[in-house]
Ligand binder design. Structure first.
Ligand SMILES: O=C1O[C@H](COP(=O)(O)O)[C@@H](O)[C@H](O)[C@H]1O
Length: 252
């Protein structure tokens, strides 16, 4: 087995989203039973949004107590509030607007017309402070029950792009990213130290355009070149793929 954690291959994107939705509900319900409160980290992108939409249709969604669920984001496109390309906007449309989540427990990353205006470094520091305020004593971020990340075709996760300084950050939990290769160029992202504080990390990829990235990341031990290789949790790391995205793996 790869050092990057086990792979679950589903026949297609729809079945991948269904399996992920069922698993997420179970993880959150279990965490709430054990720790009272659960913290999850959402991803943007195709698979993240498909998963949230699937959750909205899943009959067992009621097993989650939304009064005790904190919702965070792994990255954000630094755009005005409500912009259609913000991960927050897409997550609200796909799920959050349709469930009884408490507004004060939903933690979007700041927008470019927020309290720091277009100062993306200040906005990143603000999000780091919000995470620290919810963290247990001695920690910089909450113990995330589950953190999910879509894998980009270039192996990026969150807004950690290959070769970018953000992939080498060892102190800060949240940083600004400028000149990202995928639009929009200005972004905010969790760093590896924040991601690796999660109990469980899921990497989501579907479609043939992800096959090379999945194979490269799972063969790599250098997260500065293949960031998906650097996303793992303290308890478990799971790669959730469809058949097309798994096509380049020897093990399948
Ligand atoms: O821009 C982003 O892209 C990645 C991957 O998205 P996908 O559509 O290729 O699955 C996503 O994980 C990230 O949150 C988002 O900001």
């Amino acid at each position: 087995m790869s050092p990057h954690g086990p792979v679950r291959v589903h026949a297609d994107t729809a079945l991948l989203a269904k399996a992920a939705a069922t698993g997420l509900i179970q993880r959150v319900a279990d965490a709430q039973a054990e720790f009272d409160v659960a913290h999850i980290v959402l991803t943007g992108g195709r698979n993240g949004n498909a998963l949230l939409h699937e959750l909205s249709l899943t009959p067992t969604l009621g097993a989650i107590d939304f009064d005790r669920l904190h919702v965070w984001w792994g990255d954000e496109r630094f755009l005005p509030a409500g912009h259609a390309d913000r991960n927050e906007t897409q997550a609200r449309e796909a799920l959050l607007d349709t469930v009884p989540v408490l507004p004060e427990l939903v933690h979007p990353m700041p927008a470019s017309d927020g309290p720091d205006g277009d100062d993306v470094e200040a906005a990143a520091a603000r999000y780091a402070a919000e995470l620290a305020a919810a963290a247990p004593a001695g920690a910089l971020v909450p113990t995330f029950t589950l953190a999910m990340f879509g894998v980009g075709p270039d192996t990026h996760v969150a807004s950690l792009f290959p070769g970018f300084a953000a992939t080498e950050e060892t102190e800060r939990t949240v940083v600004a990213v400028r000149e990202a290769p995928k639009p929009p160029p200005t972004r905010i992202t969790l760093t590896f130290p924040a991601i690796r504080a999660a109990h469980e990390v899921w990497l989501l990829a579907a479609g043939e355009d992800k096959a090379d990235a999945v194979a490269a990341a799972r063969a790599s031990t250098d997260p500065t070149k293949t960031p998906a290789a650097g996303a793992y949790g303290t308890g478990a790391t799971l790669w959730l793929l469809d058949r097309a995205a798994a096509a380049g793996l020897q093990e399948h």
